[in-house]
Ligand binder design. Sequence first.
Ligand code: PGA
Length: 255
Amino acid sequence: MSKFLIAGNWKMNAGLEEAQNLCEELSGRLKGIEITNEVLICPPSISISTVVKGVENISVKVGAQNVHFEDNGAFTGEISTEMVKGSGCTHIIVGHSERREFFHEDDQTVGLKTKKIVDSGLTAIVCVGEKLDQRNNGDQESVVMNQLDAVLNSITRNHAPNIVVAYEPVWAIGTGETASPEQAQSMHLFIKSLLKERWGSARADEVKVLYGGSMKPGNAEELLSQLDVDGGLIGGASLDAESFSEIITIAEKLS
Ligand code: PGA
């Protein structure tokens, strides 16, 4: 089995001091544990350098939560892929539902950003997922297919090693409500079939599909045990060093 990717999305939490404290606590808890899976933390951009330094003694990578699709220029408030890369990041989250909803990112923008990220050699964690009414109408697969196709159309199968997909049902994000292991497995299988159809099996197999939406120590084992769940994108529980290290330990146990 390929390695899990356990990724923490701190969202707009943890400035310099809190980021440093969190890294110290996490380093303390993970010291002595052999981490064979990939572990990633995505702090707010202001805290990236602090976290890069804070995790240098443990096997944890650092990612960003967003970038612009241009290289530089008059885009007040934005940061570029090269800036993120230069600060020591390996991954960038793109198309998170909060960015789609509050910052009006559409599928086309998500496609442009993804292309910029993979062209720079970084890995894009592409978030897809349906809203509650879409699931209630039985439209979850068509919603996810459209979101994913917008990305796949902007890159090629050769970019597969630099793509991770995160299935995050919007109704499960930050709500305490989680997709059932069966719902997660079924959507992950659908995403992988779609990737196979578009890119062929060999390339599709290189893409990890993460689950995100209220993953925590209490439900991580059953979610990560599903055949097509290759890891987690974890918001709330990643801000607590004890919970996050517990999830990392659970993933190690299942590996
Ligand atoms: P949550 O967030 O774990 O707090 O639900 C997940 C995410 O939005 O990436």
